[in-house]
Design a protein around this ligand. Structure first.
Ligand code: NAI
Ligand SMILES: N[C@@H](CC=O)C(=O)O
Ligand code: NA
Length: 436
């Protein structure tokens, strides 16, 4: 049978990996897909670099629209990134009747509803395994492997750059900026690395997973997004003393009133497997009613690990594209007419436990005033740690771990505690999850 023809838009980190993996493993891929998969055309603005990667094996152009307009092309792979030109090109490819593979989580988290609706109407597939946790087949697992289950929650280390930064800072005492530059050099970081360090990239991925897990539309605008730039070395150290590690987690959890969708630094017990996921590795924990807890671990960023997911999608489409569209796995796991309107909860209604660090005057009665405020808001304390102050020192650090409470209650208690004369600096608040 004739090879299926692929047009690649963007041959940067992931595009070049896709090119290499397809070429290196072409015989095995043909055996699995039932026919060859051939990159017939590549478009990249950097024509010289694109030609040096693709060689003479295919046509290389600098205008992506030429790829979309080519009637020979069956599948368009969008590896440009961003919400701008990538959106226009993906919608044009769909309108031209092409199947699309993309690694672009930003695009799907923000414009997924429009893109999936266009694909559904046209009867084409938009595949996006590479968009969440790179090479880990988490989309496949959530959408197909766990399809029998009612999913309760997902918690994941889903940004390689920030996990790499946190790991290197903790284990080698390296500086934030130095480690970020290394993550960029290794090809992990986004074109705009503030997306990584401010939690936006992880929130894009959590948004996509929440849609698949709970059958809700992608709603990135409702996600709570907090990155690692305000984390202080002192809190990483205190967390360790208390038996916890701090990780940037993407969390999607079903509650009675709605769905929590949030990304923030999180204390997790050091003995959990996920607490020991280091470097650029990703891991996603899924709690579901029938299977219980499952954990998915692997490389979430980088050229060939991400290409592994892109090529898996190419094989899937090659196998499935002649099937009746009604018989394909729905883009977001649930059929469009079975989607739910369960709301995303505002942060005030999110329930978590907390780590608090207060810089307080080292004098009698301070602790009791603080614990009284917490008690007045019905927040119960799990543990208290007070740093021994040095000779002549007039202030100390007070660390409090709380049991689960509503964020709205904690906000009110924090406002009152912050107003105390004996609280000498902004209170540090980090959420804590037991993940059990
Ligand atoms: N790098 C990684 O580890 C991962 C990246 N992704 C996603 O994959 C996508 C691609 O990322 P990278 O390969 O890292 O980016 P990159 O910046 O290395 O590559 C993008 C390529 O697109 C080209 N390009 C830009 N505008 C273009 C246009 N209008 N027409 C044609 N080509 C154009 C650039 O010249 C460049 O070669 C992004 O959506 C990213 O979020 C997803 C998972 C992991
Ligand atoms: N910038 C991302 C790349 C993969 O999605 C990350 O660091 O995880
Ligand atoms: Na993936």
């Amino acid at each position: 049978m004739k090879a299926i023809k692929v047009g690649l838009l963007g041959i940067g980190t992931v595009g070049s990996g896709t090119f290499q993996v397809l070429r290196r493993n072409q015989e095995e891929i043909r055996g699995r897909a039932g026919r060859g998969i051939e990159i017939a055309m590549v478009a990249d603005l950097d024509l010289a670099r694109a030609k040096s990667i693709a060689g003479d094996a295919c046509e290389v152009v600098d205008d992506a629209r030429k790829v979309i307009a080519n009637p020979e092309i069956d599948i368009v792979v969008e590896l440009i990134g961003g919400y701008g030109v990538a959106k226009t090109l993906v919608l044009e490819a769909i309108a031209a009747g092409k199947h699309v593979v993309t690694a672009n989580k930003a695009l799907l988290a923000v414009h997924g509803t429009e893109i999936f609706a266009a694909a559904h109407a046209k009867g084409v597939i938009v595949a996006f395994e590479a968009a969440v946790a790179g090479g880990i087949p988490i989309i496949k697992a959530l959408r197909e492997g766990l399809t029998a289950n009612r999913i309760e929650w997902i918690a994941g280390i889903i940004n390689g750059t920030t996990n790499f930064i946190l790991s290197e800072m903790r284990s080698k005492g390296l500086d934030f900026g130095v480690v970020l530059k290394e993550a960029q050099r290794l090809g992990y970081a986004e074109a705009d690395p503030t997306f990584d360090i401010e939690g936006v990239d992880a929130a894009h991925k959590a948004t996509i997973m929440s849609a698949i897990a709970f059958g809700i539309p992608v709603q990135f605008d409702k996600a709570h997004v907090e990155g690692i730039t305000k984390l202080q070395a002192a809190d990483i150290k205190y967390a360790e003393q208390l038996g916890y590690r701090i990780k940037l987690l993407g969390i999607a959890r079903r509650r009675e009133a709605g769905i929590e969708l949030r990304v923030h630094p999180t204390l997790i017990p050091a003995q959990r497997l996920i607490a020991n996921v280091e470097g650029a590795m990703n891991a996603v924990l899924v709690q579901a009613d029938a299977v219980g807890t499952t954990l998915y671990y692997g490389k979430g960023a980088g050229s060939e690990p991400t290409a592994s997911a892109v090529v898996a999608d190419l094989v899937d489409i090659t196998r499935l594209h002649t099937a009746d569209p009604e018989h394909r796995v729905p883009h977001l796991a649930f059929r469009p007419d079975a989607m739910s309107d369960t709301p995303i909860l505002p942060m005030a209604q999110v329930a978590t436990s907390f780590y608090l660090r207060l810089v307080v005057a080292d004098q009698a009665g301070v602790l009791s005033r603080i614990t009284t405020i917490l008690a007045e808001h019905d927040i119960s304390i799990d543990a208290v740690l007070q740093r021994e102050s040095g000779e002549g020192e007039k202030q100390t650090d007070l660390i409090i771990l709380t049991h689960e409470t509503l964020e709205g209650r904690m906000d009110k208690a924090l406002t009152q505690m912050q107003a105390l004369e004996t609280v000498l600096a902004p209170i540090v608040r980090i959420r804590k999850e037991e993940l059990a």
